[in-house]
Design a protein around this ligand. Structure first.
Ligand code: HEM
Length: 506
């Protein structure tokens, strides 16, 4: 009898709590934001450069912004304090992804860890990648391959520059983006599938991979009406999904070739001892259900390492070089540091990176001003949530505008200037603990490749600076360099960087 009465009391208290919570949620409002147009909402406020335009709205509406993009409710987080509350207090609720229509092409989202929904499959894939691909021991063991890929890129730059003078009577200038993309593809392909993706001259499909990747990234940079008006999905008015289908299909075919070849080698017993990520994926002992890794999902996970890791890395290196060429004094300072620490008898190695504080500061400052994913990757609210005193309804798309956070005068002195010196003696790292600087995101869905990405950027920049003296083309001066941005999968430089290399003698 006693326990029945207590049970009823408990139930009554629970009902009162739920009623109070729902009443208090009802009292809460969504965050402030500009009034939208009927039907289209704030689509024009956001425009083609959404990170810049929402940043402008911060002055009027504050650090937590509410937008309606057609039918899609959107929260934009634009200060370190708001990002801290999001990642520290509500990380789980916001660990789901909002899936953009273009990436549902070829059912890519169903096998992807990067853009996949939060759940069993994502947990299994993330755990597998953390233990097989991104452990420090494996990253360090692969350092010699990274040096080789960078050596090849430097040789290529040297040869092409010389050839342009000899054959074309040109100035010897080179355009960075191509070399950086090819180098990062090879670096990742050696890491993931133990072979060159591009520079192996016998591999004819290399250029097809480069072209398809470039096209896919371009198409993904275009804001898609279908994401705001899902009922347009079947029309695909901008053709974005059709193009994603084409280029993702090409890329998946290429990766499928590698996967089938490896399976064949295993079956025939002539397997080379690669012991790489692809082996780990193929050997994963699935237990059925969501733990199952089908061949298709293996292909998607391998491909997504290129999608997530290549342009983010190569565009960061390009922005870093652009900032250094814009600021010749800083370039000289970096060169001096390397000459002092490394000397002139050997090349920089990964083991040297900890002894090069100015280089580390240059890398952080590059990622501060040019975060390659300015909104991170879109998150999705899994339930109604009280955030910073506002109500964020279930299924809201959540964008963290790191581009705005990294330029916030409340966090940074003279935020628009490139000043690596600010990081000397400042204990701020970029790996998700200091919310003023989160180029790799934070929390459960933060970048799984951050340590690898950081090393790739640091070593490539160091070697480009150590190996060559760089001069801008005659018609460009440091003061008038075009530093405008363009959206791709990552934030690109609108006008690709060009410069003239002269090899330094050791
Ligand atoms: C400079 C280089 C890089 C930058 C700036 C970068 C940045 C990011 C960012 C901002 C996110 C989203 C985080 C979030 O939503 O909170 C992300 C996710 C991810 N990145 Fe990176 N990344 C880089 C390199 C790499 C590399 C080299 C790889 C792999 C080879 C990689 C693999 C991934 C994956 C798989 C995810 C999805 C994680 C998940 O959803 O669980 N990234 N990255």
């Amino acid at each position: 009898m006693q326990s029945k009465i207590m049970g009823e009391d408990e139930r009554r208290r629970m009902i009162v709590r739920l009623v109070k919570k729902s009443a208090s949620n009802k009292l809460l409002q969504p965050p402030p934001g500009p009034p939208g147009w009927p039907l289209i909402g704030n689509i024009f406020d956001v425009g083609m450069m959404p990170h810049q335009n929402t940043h402008k709205l911060k002055a009027k509406y504050g650090p937590v912004l509410w937008l309606k993009l057609g039918m899609s409710k959107t929260l934009v987080v634009q200060s370190a304090k708001a990002a801290e509350e999001l990642f520290k207090k509500h990380d789980l609720v916001f660990s789901d992804r909002k899936i953009l229509d273009s990436l549902t092409a070829c059912d890519f989202d169903k096998g992807s860890m990067t853009i996949g929904r939060y759940g069993e499959y994502w947990r299994m894939a993330r755990k597998l990648c953390s233990s097989e691909l991104f452990v420090q021991k494996k990253i360090s063991a692969s350092a010699p391959t990274r040096q080789t890929c960078i050596d090849i890129m430097l040789q290529w730059i040297k040869d092409d520059s010389a050839a342009s003078i000899v054959n074309g009577g040109g100035s010897g200038e080179i355009q960075f983006d191509k070399y950086l993309s090819l180098m990062t593809f090879n670096l990742l392909s050696n890491y993931v599938i133990s072979r060159d993706m591009i520079m192996d001259s016998k591999f004819e499909k290399g250029n097809e991979f480069y072209e398809a990747m470039n096209n896919l990234m371009e198409w993904n940079g275009i804001p898609n009406l279908v994401d705001s008006f899902p009922f347009l999905k079947w029309i695909d008015p901008q053709g974005i999904r059709r193009n994603a289908e084409k280029y993702l299909g090409q890329l998946m075919n290429i990766i499928e070739g590698f996967v089938k070849e490896r399976i064949q080698e295993k079956l025939s017993g002539k397997e080379k001892k690669t012991n790489d990520f692809l082996d780990a994926l193929l050997e994963y002992n699935g237990k059925g259900g969501t733990d199952e890794l089908s061949e298709r999902n293996v292909i998607i996970i391998v491909l997504e390492m290129f999608l997530a890791g290549s342009e983010t890395t190569s565009s960061t290196i390009q922005w870093g070089m652009a900032e250094l060429l814009c600021n010749p004094d800083l370039l000289r300072k970096l060169k001096d540091e390397m000459d002092q620490v490394i000397g002139n008898s050997r090349k920089v190695e990964e083991g040297d990176l900890n002894n090069l504080p100015y280089l580390q500061a240059v890398v952080k400052e590059t990622m501060r001003l040019h975060p390659s994913l300015p909104f991170l990757l879109p998150r999705n609210a899994m339930e109604d949530t009280k955030f910073m005193g506002y109500l964020i309804p279930k299924n809201t798309m959540v964008l963290v505008n790191v581009w705005a956070i990294h330029r916030d005068p409340d966090s940074w002195d003279d935020p628009l200037s490139f000043k690596p010196e600010r990081f000397i003696n400042l204990k701020i790292d970029s790996k998700g603990q200091n919310f003023e600087l989160i180029p790799f995101g934070s929390g459960r869905r933060s970048c799984i490749g951050m340590f690898l990405g950081d090393r790739m950027v640091s070593l490539s920049l160091a070697r480009l600076v150590q190996n060559f003296d760089w001069k801008l083309p005659d018609n460009v001066s440091p003061e008038c360099m075009d530093m405008r941005e363009k959206m791709g999968i990552a934030l690109r430089k609108l006008v690709p960087l060009t410069a003239i290399p002269t090899e330094r003698k050791f």
